[in-house]
Design a protein around this ligand. Structure first.
Ligand code: ZN
Length: 519
C-alpha cells in the first residue's frame, strides 16, 4: 500500500532508527524503527526504506508514546505561554485542562484563540461545575431553583458542543461545595449523549473519603458515565495506611460494571489555596461577605477552631506548622518558600496552632496564597501507584520560569515516575509506568489515535535516556526542567531536540464529540 508514495521521492518525513520501543500497551520493550509521514506513524518495526527527509539514530534510547496528562489546570496560562515549556520538557505531548470544577468560560472563545495562535502541545478541556454554578448562582449556598438548574444544564450543553471532553467537579472548592449529590447527578446527565467523562475532585480525601468516592461513582453510574477520581490520596495522617478506604468502593463499583479510574501525582505534598482549610459557610455569598463575617469575634473564633482541627491538628504528633509552605502570594511575596513555623518565628511569635490559624486567616483576608501542604505518606503513594487503574497526572498548570515557588509536580511529574519509582525504587516496571502515562489515559478519555506507538496513530513520541531521565524540580527550587530527555515529537514535528524546546506549535485542540453536533 506504500508503493504509490515511494514513487514521489521521499517515502517518509522522519525515520527514528534503532530505538528501544516501549509502545504504551504494557507489552515488553523491543528494538525497532518508526517511520513518520505528515502527522502519523506509518510504519514500525524494521524500516528498510531510508529515503526519509530526516533520520535520527536513537540507539540506546527509549522510544515511547508522548505522555498524556489528563489531570492538569493548563487551561490557566496556556494562552499566555502557548509553548507550555514545563510540560513539553517532561515529554508530555497532551494535556487535559478544566479539572477540579474550573474551566475558562466560554470554552469556544479559548479554543478559537488557541487555534489562531497555535500551541506546542495537544490540549483538551473538561467543563467545570464550579464555573457553571458561579455563572448562574454566584455564591449561593442553597440548592438551585428549577430555573437555575435549567440554565446550568443549557450552559453545560453549550460547552460540550464547543468540544468539551466531559464534566468536572471540585467539591471542596467554592461554590461546588454547596451542591448536593442530586444536583450533580442531574447536571452530569447532559454529557452522556456526548460520551463525556465525569472527573471529580471529591468532597473529602481523609476520614470521609469512602463516602466521597461513592458519591462520585453514583454520579457516573446513574448516567452511564466513566468516572475519574482526581489526584487520589490519603490526605491526612488519621487515614494513612488505609488504602482499602479507596480500593473497596472503586472495586465494588467495577464489579457492578462501572468504569472507574484514578489519577495521581508522585509526591507526598499537595498544593492549593487556603480556602479549603476554611468552613464552606465562611464564604457564602462571596468574598465581601467573608470579610464582613470575620469581623465578628464569635464567628472568627469558630473559623479559627475549624482551621486548627482541619489543617493544623495531627493524630500522629506531627508539627503541621512545618508542613505548610507558602508557594505564591501577591501580598506576602516575602513568605514564598517559607513554612508557617518559620513565618511565625520571623514575626517573633510562638509557633502554636492558634497563632498559625490567625496567620492563615490574615493571609486569606489580604488576598490569599497558594500553598504546598505535606500531608501524605510515601507508602500510600506507592501502593496507590501500583493499582492497575491508576494513571499518572500532574495536577499542575502552565508555568513561567522563576515565577513564585510552585509545586515541583509542575516540572517533574513524568520524569520523576520514571527515575524515582521505576529506576530507583522498582515500584513499577518501565512498560507499566509508560502504559499509565499513555494508552490508559488515552483510552479512558477517549482520545482517538493517541497513546500507543502503532501504525496509523498520531506521531506523538517521547525519546529519553532511561539511565539519565530525571526530574530536577524540588520544593525549594521548583523551576527546573528535567534531564535526559532527547526528543519530543508532537503530531510529527519536533517540539524538543536535544533537550531543548524548538518552539514549534504543532499541537492540536482535542475536541469532544459534541463539537460536530455544535456546528
Ligand atoms: Zn483538585
Amino acid at each position: 500500500m506504500f508503493l504509490a508514495m515511494s514513487c514521489g521521492g521521499q517515502s517518509y518525513d522522519l525515520v527514528i532508527k534503532n530505538g528501544l520501543i516501549v509502545d504504551g500497551t504494557g507489552e515488553p520493550a523491543y528494538t525497532g524503527d518508526i517511520a513518520i509521514r505528515g502527522n502519523r506513524i506509518v510504519e514500525i518495526g524494521n524500516v528498510k526504506d531510508s529515503r526519509a527527509a530526516e533520520t535520527i539514530d536513537v540507539s540506546g534510547l527509549i522510544v515511547a508514546p508522548g505522555f498524556i496528562d489528563v489531570h492538569t489546570h493548563c487551561d490557566r496560562g496556556i494562552k499566555r505561554v502557548p509553548t507550555v515549556d514545563n510540560y513539553i520538557l517532561q515529554g508530555v505531548t497532551t494535556v487535559i485542562g478544566g479539572n477540579c470544577g474550573g474551566h475558562p468560560f466560554p470554552l469556544a472563545e479559548l479554543y478559537r484563540d488557541l487555534e489562531k495562535e497555535g500551541i506546542s502541545i495537544n490540549f483538551g478541556c473538561l467543563i467545570g461545575h464550579n464555573t457553571i454554578r458561579r455563572e448562574v448562582m454566584e455564591y449561593k449556598m442553597e440548592a438551585p431553583t428549577k430555573e437555575e438548574m435549567t440554565e446550568m444544564k443549557s450552559l453545560i450543553d453549550q460547552e460540550m458542543r464547543a468540544g468539551g471532553l466531559g464534566f468536572s467537579t471540585g467539591l471542596s472548592y467554592l461554590p461546588g461545595i454547596y451542591s448536593e449529590t442530586e444536583e450533580l447527578v442531574e447536571l452530569a446527565s447532559i454529557i452522556a449523549p456526548y460520551d463525556g467523562i465525569y472527573a471529580s475532585h471529591i468532597r473529602d480525601q481523609a476520614l470521609l473519603i469512602t463516602e466521597a468516592i461513592e458519591e462520585a461513582i453514583e454520579v457516573g453510574e446513574k448516567n452511564g458515565l466513566t468516572v475519574q477520581i482526581s489526584h487520589i490520596k490519603l490526605a491526612d495522617d488519621s487515614v494513612w495506611g488505609e488504602i482499602e478506604r479507596i480500593t473497596k468502593p472503586v472495586e465494588d463499583a467495577k464489579a457492578r460494571g462501572v468504569k472507574v479510574f484514578l489519577d495521581q501525582y508522585p509526591y507526598t505534598a499537595t498544593s492549593s489555596g487556603f480556602t479549603s482549610s476554611f468552613p464552606s459557610w465562611a464564604f457564602e455569598g462571596g468574598r465581601d461577605q467573608f470579610l464582613e463575617r470575620i469581623k465578628k469575634p464569635g464567628i472568627y473564633k469558630k473559623i479559627k477552631t475549624y482551621i486548627i482541627e482541619r489543617r493544623l491538628a495531627s493524630t500522629k504528633g506531627i508539627n503541621k506548622l512545618e508542613t505548610v509552605f507558602i508557594a505564591n502570594s501577591r501580598n506576602y511575596g516575602e513568605y514564598e518558600g517559607k513554612n508557617l513555623q518559620d513565618i511565625l518565628l520571623s514575626r517573633g511569635l510562638e509557633p502554636t496552632v492558634e497563632n498559625g490559624a490567625d496567620l492563615i486567616i490574615e493571609i486569606e483576608k489580604n488576598g490569599g496564597a497558594s500553598c504546598v501542604f505535606f500531608q501524605m505518606d510515601e507508602k500510600d503513594v506507592e501502593d496507590l501507584m501500583k493499582l492497575p487503574y491508576t494513571m499518572h497526572g500532574s495536577d499542575g498548570s502552565v508555568q513561567e520560569i522563576g515565577r513564585g515557588v510552585p509545586h515541583p509536580r509542575n516540572y517533574g511529574t513524568f520524569p520523576r515516575v520514571i527515575s524515582h519509582y521505576v529506576r530507583e525504587k522498582g515500584v513499577l516496571s518501565l512498560e507499566e509506568a509508560v502504559r499509565k502515562m499513555t494508552s490508559l489515559p488515552a483510552d479512558v478519555f477517549k482520545l482517538k489515535n493517541r497513546g500507543k506507538l502503532k501504525e496509523g496513530m498520531y506521531a506523538d513520541i517521547c525519546i529519553f535516556d532511561l539511565e539519565n531521565f530525571k526530574d530536577k524540580a524540588t520544593f525549594s527550587d521548583p523551576h527546573q526542567y528535567s534531564e535526559g530527555l532527547a526528543y519530543v515529537i508532537v503530531n510529527g514535528e519536533f517540539a524538543v531536540k536535544n533537550n531543548t524546546h524548538t518552539n514549534r506549535r504543532s499541537g492540536m485542540i482535542l475536541y469532544g464529540s459534541g463539537k460536530e453536533q455544535g456546528e
